[in-house]
Design a protein around this ligand. Structure first.
Ligand code: UD1
Ligand code: CA
Length: 462
């Protein structure tokens, strides 16, 4: 049977105290809404419809790979689902309805929910969880009477929201996860019957369950084996909790696949990062975006790599790298900053307090100490002396520096671009190089040293 999904992303999320819509807040670099969309796809849902509303212009691009519909006014979760009616016109099968603010849900659990609905011939299956502290969640009210299923629990009668719960209902620990699977037939007609006579004055999606049941349909509850998967994010505290759970989940998977972390609670890895076995990640390491790390590389401590490719057998110590490439056997840091377009080729080095931007450092070439290299093409076997800098910017535009193979640049050299230093050339320390240096030559561009004998002795103060 085909499965569609509706992801509810239109709410304001006032409890976040933010100018940003709630579902745009991120867990390990991925917005909440995208985590839920990814789980829907992993469950095999197609199409996926996202309902946007509050801050639509900010949320729309985050779910651009789904069918996006707008909820003009945020009048509640039932009203939000109603907005997907046209997008799913003619669709026949299972419709997963997913709250967009619960990023820990997995495709496996959603698949299990959808399968249970079909197997039990129910019009609706709601995923529920047992919470030690159920405050804030809708409570599952079951009939104690006849109809108890195989679980021994009574049938689901209705869901009551926190604001509307009596003391007795508020004591129920079985909660609504906000994840449901409906039979497409009848869902939208039932939604039309939902009213807004409740404490919040909203159209509650949860009321649909009672409407369906009263119409003689079957409504079942499927208990989640892992309540954590259902945790909603309504506040910054819950956002931090979700991040911690996701961090543990991701790190565990990498460790099981052969990655070493001495303190996994101090390593943060984004969902799209790829790491080969025998990589070691030291504390305070952040791997973000489309970063990839090949085997036998050590990263950290104190390193942040974003959209960066790292080869095998590299050492990346106290380094910040953004859109950079570090080839096999290269070393970085401590305290290196590789900016977009920095490329360390095999065995190259970017050492201490070194910044590299939009430059290729050829195989085995070394920039060991206190340098800035920008807009530069460097050959193989080059040594750049401490404190040397490419002056790539004249205040108006950027210019290129070209350094041939086996060049030796003495310490504290300024290479004023555009300039080229030919292969095998040597540049004397403290030079300001403004003209091209031919291959195999020596260039010295600095004031000559003058020595006055006994000068100091004569001027000595006694
Ligand atoms: C909702 C459920 C509650 C459940 C909890 C699980 C209802 C009435 N209550 O409560 O039973 O325990 O989720 O986390 O459904 N949204 C819209 N349009 C709206 C209102 C909300 O798209 O007009 C979206 C929000 O962006 C959010 C989701 O629906 O992603 C849930 O809304 P929220 O206000 O967070 O509901 P809860 O109070 O958490
Ligand atoms: Ca919520």
């Amino acid at each position: 049977m085909s499965t569609a999904a509706i992801v509810l992303c239109a709410g304001a999320g006032t409890r976040m105290k933010s100018e940003k819509p709630k579902v745009a807040h991120e867990v390990l670099g991925r917005p909440l809404a995208q985590w839920v969309v990814a789980a829907a796809r992993a469950a095999g849902a197609d199409p996926v419809v996202s309902v946007v509303g509050h801050g639509a212009e900010q949320v729309r691009p985050l779910v651009a790979d789904t069918v996006v519909v707008e909820q003009p006014e945020q009048r509640g979760t039932a009203d939000a689902v109603r907005c997907a009616r046209e997008a799913l016109a003619g669709f026949d099968g299972s419709v997963l309805v997913l709250t967009g603010d619960s990023p820990l849900i997995t495709g496996k659990t959603l698949r299990m929910l959808a399968d249970a609905r079909v197997r039990e011939g129910a019009a609706c299956a709601v995923l529920t969880m047992q919470m030690a502290d159920p405050f804030g969640y809708g409570r599952i009210v079951r009939g104690a009477d006849a109809g108890a299923g195989a679980s021994g629990l009574g049938e689901v009668h209705r869901i009551v929201e926190q604001k509307d719960a009596t003391a007795e209902e508020a004591a129920i620990c079985e909660c609504n996860s906000g994840f449901y699977c409906f039979d497409a037939a009848g869902l939208f007609d039932a939604l039309e019957q939902v009213g807004c006579e409740n404490a919040a004055g909203e159209y509650y999606l949860t009321d649909v369950l009672e409407i369906l049941r009263k119409a003689g349909e079957r409504v079942i509850a499927v208990q989640a084996s892992d309540a954590q998967e259902c945790a909603g994010v309504n506040s910054r505290v819950q956002l931090a909790e979700a991040t911690r759970v996701m961090q543990q989940r991701i790190n565990r998977a990498h460790m099981e696949a052969g990655v070493t972390m001495m303190a996994p609670e101090m390593v943060w890895i984004g969902p799209d990062v790829i790491i080969e076995p025998d990589v070691e990640l030291l504390p305070m390491t952040f791997l973000e975006g489309n970063t990839r790390v090949a085997r036998n590389t050590v990263i950290g401590p104190n390193s942040r790599l974003t959209d960066t490719q790292v080869g095998a057998g590299c050492t990346v110590d106290e380094t910040v790298a953004v859109e950079a490439r570090i080839d096999d056997g290269a070393t970085c840091g401590p305290r290196a900053y590789l900016r977009p377009g920095a490329h360390l080729m095999e065995g190259a080095k970017a050492g201490t307090h070194v910044e590299i931007k939009k430059s290729t450092i050829g195989p085995g070439s070394k920039v060991p100490h206190l340098s800035y290299i920008g807009d530069t093409t460097m050959g193989a076997g080059v040594n750049i002396g401490a404190g040397s800098i490419t002056c790539n910017y004249d205040g108006v535009s950027k210019h290129a520096t070209v350094i041939g193979d086996d060049v030796f640049v003495g310490s504290d050299t300024m290479m004023v671009a555009p300039v080229e230093i030919g292969s095998g050339a040597v540049v004397g320390a403290g030079s300001v190089i403004t003209k091209d240096v031919p291959a195999d030559s020596l260039a010295v561009a600095r004031a000559r040293e003058r020595v006055i004998d006994d000068w100091a002795k004569k001027h000595a103060k006694h």
